[in-house]
Design a protein around this ligand. Structure first.
Ligand code: CTP
Length: 434
C-alpha cells in the first residue's frame, strides 16, 4: 500500500515518527510530506531514514515528474499527524501552498487526520467549523485525546498515540464505505446500500445476521460512563456499567447491522466477543469527537452513554497535593457539549437518533413528564426513559423503561433483562427505519 504521511508543525511531530516507523514495519511504501513548520520539530534525515523514501516539502522539486500531483494520485491512504489548527483550516479551505496542500487536493484516497493543539484552539468555533466541513467530506479524525500538553497545560488536544493512529488509518481502508480509488469513505454509503438491499443475502446463506431487519444498516452505540480528568490520577465519573449499551450493540449485530461502539471506560473484556468496531474513549470531549466521527455515515445513533454534563475547568498536569488545598477543596466545573442535542441538530434525513434519560424519579407518571420535557428540549426520534437510583438501573442486569416519541406519547413500556430492553428499543428503531 502506498501511504502518504503528512506532518505539520506542532510539538507532536516527534511522535509522528512512530506512525511512519509502524507503517513501514507493516510493509507499506511510506512517503512523508512534512510542512516547513514540521521540520523545525523533526529532522528531514530522520524522516528519510525511517520512511526509506526521499522527503521534501516543496512543490518545486522533481517538477518534471509533477510530484505534487503524482504523490496524491499514487496514494492509497493519506494520514496527517499531527494536524495543527492551521493545517486543518488550510485543508478545509483547500489551500495548496505547499507539497502537503497540493497532495491533499490531488488525492482521491481516504484521508485520516490526527489533530494536536491546545484545548482553546480545538474548541474555537473556527476549528469546530473546519472539522465539521472536513468530516462532511469524508475525512476521518482520530483523537485528539485528553492528557498532558506542552508546558504545564493539560486537557483535550493531545495527539492520539501512534499505534491508535495507525490502527484507525488502516481500518478506514477495510471499512465498507471505502472503494479503492474513491474520494474517501462515502458518508451516505450505509444508507445507499440499505436502500439498494445490497447486503441482503438470500435466506439460508448462513452468514452472520444478513437476514436481520437491520441488515446493511450502520448503527452507532455510545455506552459506558465518561470520566472527566482532574489530574493524571483522578477523575469525576459516574456509575454507568455500559451493559445496556452493549446489549443494544449485541442485538444490532444479531439483526445484521454494522455496529460501531463508542465505549467510555469499559474494560476490553466486555467488548471482546462483539462483532463491532469498538472505539475506546475516556472523557466527554473524547466521546463527542468519536460519536460525531462515527455518526457521519450512521443510519442509527443510540446514545446510552452516561456523559458527564460538566468537566473540571482545569486539568492539572501534575497530581494535586492536599497540602496545597487545606481542609476543603473546591473544584470548578464547566459544561460539556450535549452530544445528543448536537446530533439532533445535525441529523441527516432518514437518520434515527435515540436518546436515553436516566431518571431517579420513582413515580412512573412523574418520570414520563421529565422524559417529555427532555424530548421537547432535544427532539430525538426516540427517548428511552429508564429508572435509576441507588438500587435501580446501574450495574444491574434488569432495567425498566418507557419509550417516548417527540410530542411526548409513550410508545413502549417494558421491563426485563437488558437484552429484552435492547430488543424492544431496536424493534422501534427497525420500524422507524422502514
Ligand atoms: N447526553 C449527551 N451529552 C451530554 C449529556 C447527556 O449526549 N453532555 C445524552 C445521553 O447520552 C442521553 C441523553 O443525553 O442519551 C440524556 O442525558 P441526561 O443527562 O439524562 O439529560 P439532560 O438533558 O442532561 O437533563 P438532566 O441533567 O436534567 O437530567
Amino acid at each position: 500500500m502506498t501511504i502518504v504521511v503528512g506532518i505539520t508543525g506542532g510539538i507532536a511531530a516527534y511522535k509522528a515518527v512512530g506512525v511512519v516507523r509502524d507503517l513501514v514495519k507493516r510493509g507499506h511504501d511510506v512517503h512523508v510530506v512534512p510542512t516547513e513548520g514540521a521540520l523545525r520539530f523533526v529532522g528531514l534525515p530522520t524522516l528519510e531514514a525511517l520512511s526509506r523514501n526521499p522527503v521534501t516539502t516543496s512543490v518545486f522539486e522533481d517538477v518534471a515528474e509533477v510530484r505534487h500531483v503524482a504523490l496524491g494520485r499514487r496514494a492509497d491512504l493519506v494520514v496527517v499527524a499531527p494536524a495543527t489548527a492551521d493545517s486543518i483550516a488550510k485543508m478545509a479551505a483547500g489551500l495548496a501552498g505547499d507539497l502537503l496542500g497540493t497532495t491533499l487536493l490531488a488525492t482521491e484516497a481516504p484521508v485520516v487526520v490526527a489533530p494536536a493543539m491546545h484545548p482553546q484552539m480545538w474548541e474555537h468555533p473556527a476549528t469546530r467549523a473546519n472539522v465539521a466541513t472536513l468530516r462532511q467530506r469524508g475525512v476521518r479524525f482520530v483523537g485528539p485525546v485528553v492528557g498532558a500538553l506542552t508546558g504545564d497545560d493539560a486537557g483535550i488536544g493531545r495527539m492520539a498515540e501512534p499505534e491508535e493512529i495507525v490502527e484507525a488509518a488502516l481500518s478506514v481502508l477495510d471499512s465498507p464505505g471505502h472503494q479503492p480509488g474513491s474520494a474517501g469513505a462515502d458518508p451516505t454509503a450505509g444508507r445507499d446500500r440499505r436502500a439498494a438491499g445490497e447486503q441482503r443475502l438470500p435466506s439460508g446463506s448462513g452468514a452472520r445476521g444478513e437476514q436481520g431487519d437491520l441488515a446493511g444498516v450502520h448503527v452507532v452505540v455510545s455506552t459506558g460512563g465518561t470520566r472527566e480528568p482532574v489530574d493524571p490520577v483522578r477523575f469525576v465519573g459516574n456509575r454507568s456499567s455500559g451493559r445496556q449499551g452493549l446489549a443494544i450493540a449485541a442485538d444490532a449485530v444479531r439483526r445484521g447491522a454494522r455496529v460501531t461502539v463508542v465505549a467510555a471506560n469499559l474494560d476490553a473484556a466486555s467488548t471482546a466477543g462483539l462483532d463491532a468496531t469498538v472505539v475506546p474513549v475516556g472523557s466527554a470531549l473524547e466521546l463527542a469527537e468519536a460519536v460525531h466521527a462515527a455518526a457521519v455515515d450512521a443510519d442509527v445513533v443510540v446514545m446510552t452513554a452516561a456523559i458527564a454534563d460538566y468537566r473540571p475547568a482545569e486539568v492539572h498536569a501534575e497530581k494535586l497535593k492536599k497540602d496545597a488545598q487545606g481542609e476543603t477543596m473546591t473544584l470548578e466545573l464547566v459544561r460539556n457539549p450535549d452530544v445528543l442535542a448536537e446530533l439532533v441538530a445535525a441529523r441527516r434525513t432518514g437518520q434515527i437518533i435515540v436518546g436515553f434519560a436516566a431518571e431517579t424519579e420513582p413515580d412512573r407518571d412523574a418520570r414520563i413528564e421529565l422524559g417529555r420535557a427532555k424530548i421537547a428540549r432535544k427532539p430525538a426520534d426516540l427517548l428511552v426513559v429508564n429508572h435509576v437510583g441507588w438500587t435501580h438501573g446501574f450495574e444491574r442486569e434488569e432495567n425498566a423503561i418507557e419509550v417516548l416519541v417527540p410530542g411526548g406519547e409513550v410508545v413502549r413500556e417494558t421491563s426485563g433483562s437488558k437484552a429484552e430492553v435492547a430488543a424492544a428499543v431496536l424493534d422501534l428503531v427497525a420500524t422507524a427505519l422502514t
